[in-house]
Design a protein around this ligand. Sequence first.
Ligand code: SF4
Ligand code: SF4
Length: 270
Amino acid sequence: MIMMMPRESILEWLSREIPEYVFSQIAAQVLFQCQNCGECCRGEGYALLDEGDLRAMARELQISPGQAKTRFTHPGPQGDFACRILKSVGKDRDCCFLDIERGECRIYRSRPRVCRTFPMLSSDLEGGQAIFFYPDCLGTAHFVRMILEKRDEPSVKKDVERLEADEELRDILKIKLFVWMQELMGEVKGAEEICRMACIDPPSRDGAFERECLAYFLLTISTEGIEEYRYEGSPVGRMPENRIKKGCRRAQAPPQVPQSQHGSRSQTSV
Ligand code: SF4
Ligand code: SF4
C-alpha cells in the first residue's frame, strides 16, 4: 500500500518491493502486441487464479465468488483455495471462458491477472531468466522481429544512451511503468494517485512512452542470442478471422502483482 509519499519515497518503496528485472518485463509487456492467435487460451498448461481474480470474475458474472469457484475452477496443484485453476473443455483443452465462435474471452474485462500479464511478465526464476520468448506465441514472434529491426537504429541507440545517462529520467520511467501495470490490473484510481503524488504525467499514448520502454528494455536486458528464436506455432492461428481479444493463460504459479510466471512450454530466454 502506498500512502502519501513524495517521489523519492515512492522510488524507495518500488526498489524495496519490486525486483529490478520486473521493470524490464513491464517495459516488454508495454511493447508487446498480442496477435490474437488464441494459443495461450488452450493446451496443456493452466491458468492460476487467486481470490482477487475469483472475486473480479464473480462480479462480472453476477454470481458469488463461491459459485464462480465451483463452476469454473479446479483446485490448484496444491489443492488450496489460494491457487485455483480455470477449467478446460474439449479435446483441445480450451479455457472454459474461450468463445471459439466469436474468438473472444467471455470475461475479458475481468480476466485473471495471469492472463493480463502474459507473456512478457513470465519469468523463469529458478533458471534466473527474466524474459521468455514463447515459441508458440505469434505476438512474441512479432516482438522478437521488432527488437531485431529496432535495436541497431541510430535513433533508438540515442534513446538508450540518453536513458543511461539520466538517472532522473530512469526513475520517472520506473514510476510510469508501475503506473502502467496498475492500470493493466484495473487499479485506475490508484494509478492516478501515484502520478499525482509523484508529480508526473501518466504514461502517454502518443508513442513517447513506448520509445522510452524500448530504450529501457534494451538498456536493461541483453538481447544477445535473440536471433536464435524460432516461432513454432501456426502463423494463422485457429480462431475465426484469427482474432481473440487478448487471450493469455497457462501459468505455473499465481502472479504476484506485478509479476507472473507462465510455463509448460519450451521457451527461449534472455
Ligand atoms: S498472447 Fe496469446 S493470443 Fe496473444 S499472440 Fe500470444 S499466444 Fe497468441
Ligand atoms: S484470456 Fe484466455 S485463458 Fe484467460 S480467462 Fe480469457 S479465455 Fe481463459
